[in-house]
Design a protein around this ligand. Structure first.
Ligand SMILES: Nc1nc2c(c(=O)[nH]1)N[C@H]1C(S)=C(S)[C@@H](COP(=O)(O)OP(=O)(O)OC[C@H]3O[C@@H](n4cnc5c(=O)[nH]c(N)nc54)[C@H](O)[C@@H]3O)O[C@H]1N2
Ligand SMILES: Nc1nc2c(c(=O)[nH]1)N[C@H]1C(S)=C(S)[C@@H](COP(=O)(O)OP(=O)(O)OC[C@H]3O[C@@H](n4cnc5c(=O)[nH]c(N)nc54)[C@H](O)[C@@H]3O)O[C@H]1N2
Ligand code: SF4
Ligand SMILES: [Mo]
Length: 731
């Protein structure tokens, strides 16, 4: 940190809001933030930031952000001291578990945990002390398929290869919109420039998406695809690869199984067979495959749009197979493995699928987490093992998981609930006690997770900009304090580890991790000396070393995936293909929003409402809907009313609503968000619509019906007509 004569100080850190890891230069005078800009000397982001970076200031200053624990009482919310709050929480959990059993406590971990060094490095203490096996997380409405595929293929759920976007000559993007999301399972800053660079070096970018997104607009080519039908496109691509002999056996020596096994998967799924169902012409599919094969380097990348739909797991598997059989894995410009300074792959288990099943629907767990789609029913269905209490750690599942309304009512009926969150929002309002951690600028940061998904190897440590205000706590301190109270009988080594972490902070664990790094001379001290970060070079070839299977081979597990083709056959009857008339709902992201929780920043929410129903002019005309009309959208689970935005960005027959809105509910404390409330698309998404192979939620491709909501003047007009008709019939 540098100080000028006028007492202006400059602080460098990494933005933790999304996966892009942008370097920030923050000017401040003591506690007053003067500016937040991109850090030009950050080797990863080189000065790039998006509009959300300034929200870190808003978050820090936000008067609505909780600074002390609060408890719900008959007279409203009351502040508690930290010791009282922690004691009450531990007491509440212990009593509940004594009465109903340890698994009667449900646990949900939300997305911000992975953007939080302290939480990442200490969470295991909390989970252990909570004892319950009723665990859920945002993973099962997100990247779960990536974990399962990579666990099978490479032997570890976190050994996930990412597109080498810096060097590729050909990138096919299926169901991702990095221009809005800033990239996911592909940490990359300034993706706009990266895509422009691909084009400038005579490469090509193709986007497959039911919406002509910001990314599609920048790409060379875009194809609409019918939501949820990507599996057919991918099978047809694989089929075409074999038909044309576009196989590169270069990686065959890495395979435990025969490459030939893959061929049988795609039998019958020709481009001609799938074209009309998916909405992409057969000759276009064939050309896509040919261009992909002929490019000097190429990568096929798929994200949320393909993960969070009915064939999420099989689709991600096919994406990996296509990269594999065309020789695009572990080569420059293809899918490559990052080599992070602190490699969590070495300190975590490989993952497992379906060791246990949920009580009500028998859905599989992954690595100890059950699918979020099962959360409400596990709370609402009586019987042994029913969830009666809940701890929500940095999550807002009422807005972020399918059938949020049902969860809303399920939470209402619990005996005890705790939220670790700095906002009183749609989920935490149900808590008996809310434990608020400090905001991101008040804590140390290192991207434990996202260096591992980065398109260039770097390492950067950010000390807290502001000291933890007196009497407040970081997430990790809350975790350790609760663990201490809940798990008094822990082993000596656990207690020692907890004690040392409490004394030295999670950066002590970070230092241990860095010291074990394969890069020489890395330590916390070295990182502190380099406040802009250290450049560790471009991605390098990592196979077979990076494979965690003992035989150092890639395992295809073809039979497991092949079994799911039966479901494909059942849902898409290709012998009698038809485009059915369902209107299908998909999501979308916007660069000025971040899931459900950055809507209390005036700078980010100002301007025209972004919580709209996008639909194509043809569909709008069919439904007699005009731009700006209020529309009632109904799915199997419920209805919402939302303003129509008529645009040819959408594929005809598809509608899009962003998630994370719906702040109009009673009892929340986010003044700005409440004024820009919007509605929650997850009051439409359906907890019964899932990828049964993985248990992942399917929030894309939800069937809905639309109905114009008459305005008050239209209402009045129709009333008049009705009265006139009556009058006529009376005479
Ligand atoms: N329909 C639909 N639904 C979706 C998606 C979609 O595309 N469409 N996307 C899904 C995806 S990818 C995800 S990851 C999930 C996200 O789902 P969640 O993780 O459940 O939701 P968030 O909106 O990220 O809410 C995060 C909560 O954590 C709090 N918080 C923020 N930072 C911190 C912190 O540092 N510490 C603590 N303790 N709390 C903090 C916030 O106030 C907020 O209450 O939503 C999913 N839901
Ligand atoms: N600004 C901003 N950035 C974010 C977030 C945010 O909320 N706002 N959230 C963060 C999180 S938690 C995540 S996980 C990442 C996600 O990052 P991305 O995966 O890039 O997510 P999206 O922007 O939702 O892009 C998904 C795309 O899939 C398309 N799609 C929907 N259904 C289908 C389908 O059936 N098939 C195909 N082919 N495409 C489909 C949608 O139209 C959309 O363009 O973003 C992260 N970054
Ligand atoms: S893209 Fe925006 S939100 Fe994401 S890390 Fe960079 S500045 Fe932060
Ligand atoms: Mo996510």
């Amino acid at each position: 940190m540098a100080t000028n004569a006028d007492n202006t100080q400059t602080h460098f850190r990494t933005c933790n809001l999304c996966e892009a890891m942008c370097g920030l230069e923050i000017k401040h005078q003591d506690e007053k933030i003067l500016s937040i800009k991109g850090d030009k000397n950050d080797p990863f982001s080189k000065g790039y930031i998006c509009p959300k970076a300034t929200a870190l200031q808003d978050l820090y200053e936000d008067p609505d952000r909780l600074r002390a624990p609060i408890e719900r009482t008959a007279d409203g919310w009351k502040e508690l001291s930290w010791p009282d709050a922690l004691d009450k929480v531990a007491d509440g959990i212990t009593k509940l578990q004594k009465k109903h059993g340890v698994n009667a406590l449900g646990i949900y971990s939300g997305n911000p945990n992975v953007h939080n060094m302290g939480a990442m490095l200490t969470a295991r203490h909390l989970f252990k002390s909570l004892k319950s096996r009723s665990r859920f997380s945002a993973t099962s409405i997100d990247q779960l398929p990536h974990h399962i595929v990579c666990m099978h293929l490479f032997g570890h759920m976190l050994r996930i290869p990412v597109p080498d976007i810096n060097r590729t000559q050909h990138m096919v993007i299926i169901g991702a919109n990095p221009l809005a999301s800033n990239g996911s399972i592909m940490s990359v800053a300034n993706v706009r420039q990266k895509i422009k660079d691909i084009k400038a070096r005579d490469g090509k970018v193709v986007v497959i998406d039911p919406r002509r997104t910001e990314t599609a607009d920048l790409a060379d080519e875009h194809h609409f695809i019918r939501p949820g039908s990507d599996i057919l496109l991918l099978l047809a691509m694989l089929n075409e690869i074999y038909t044309q002999g576009f196989i590169k056996e270069s990686q065959a020596s890495l395979l435990a199984d025969e490459l030939d096994q893959i061929k049988s998967l795609a039998q019958g799924y020709t481009p001609d067979n799938v074209a009309s169902t998916i909405g992409i012409k057969s000759e276009d599919i064939k050309r896509l495959v040919k261009e992909y094969f002929e490019a000097p380097s190429a990568v096929l990348y798929g994200r949320m749009g393909v993960s969070v739909q009915e064939f999420g797991l099989l689709s991600q598997y096919l994406i990996m197979l296509i990269n594999l059989v065309t020789g695009r894995i572990d080569v420059e410009g293809g899918l490559m493995f990052p080599n992070p300074a602190m490699d969590v792959v070495n300190s975590t288990g490989p993952g497992y699928l379906a060791k246990r099943k949920t009580r009500v629907r028998g859905l599989p767990d992954f690595n100890g987490d059950f699918p979020v789609v099962a959360m409400s029913e596990e709370m609402l269905t009586p019987g042994e093992g029913q969830i009666k209490a809940f701890i929500n750690i940095a999550g807002n599942p009422v807005l972020s998981t399918p059938n949020g309304k049902l969860l809303d009512s399920a939470l209402e009926g619990l005996e005890f609930m705790v939220s670790i969150d700095y906002y009183l929002n749609e989920t935490s309002k149900h808590a008996n006690i809310i434990l608020p951690p400090v905001s991101p600028l008040e804590r140390d940061h290192y991207d434990v997770t996202f260096h591992g998904f980065a398109v260039h190897n770097t390492a950067k440590y950010s000390p807290a900009l502001f000291k933890t205000p007196k009497g407040q706590k970081g997430d990790w301190q809350i975790t350790l304090e609760l663990a201490k109270r809940l798990d008094k009988k822990a082993s000596f080594s656990t207690k020692l580890n907890r004690f040392l972490t409490n004394l030295l902070g999670p950066k002590f664990l970070l230092n241990e991790g860095l010291k074990r790094s394969q890069y020489e001379g890395l330590s916390l001290k070295a990182l502190k000396k380099n406040p802009h970060g250290i450049d560790l070079g471009p991605l390098t070839t990592m196979l077979p070393g990076a494979i965690k299977h003992k035989d150092k081979k890639i395992h295809l597990n073809v039979d497991f995936y092949k079994a799911d083709l039966e479901r494909v056959q059942k849902i898409f009857n290709l012998d009698a293909p038809k485009m059915d008339g369902d209107i299908l709902l998909i999501g979308r992201r916007h660069v000025r929003s971040n899931n459900s929780w950055l809507h209390n920043s005036q700078r980010l929410v100002k301007g025209k409402s972004r919580c709209t129903l996008m639909l194509h002019p043809e569909l709008a005309q069919q439904q007699a809907i005009k731009d700006g009309d209020q529309v009632k959208v109904t799915s199997r689970v419920g209805s919402i009313e939302i303003v129509a935005e008529v645009t040819d960005e959408l594929m005809p027959g598809v509608v899009s609503i962003p998630h994370g809105w719906g702040h109009g509910r009673k009892g929340i404390r986010q003044g700005i968000a409440q004024k820009h409330a919007g509605v929650s698309v997850n009051d439409l998404t359906d907890e019964s619509l899932i990828d049964t192979l993985s248990g992942n939620a399917a929030v894309n491709g939800v069937p809905v019906v639309l109905e114009l909501v008459p305005t008050s003047s239209q209402n009045a007009a129709s009333q008049t007509t009705k009265k006139q008709t009556e009058a006529v019939s009376l005479t």
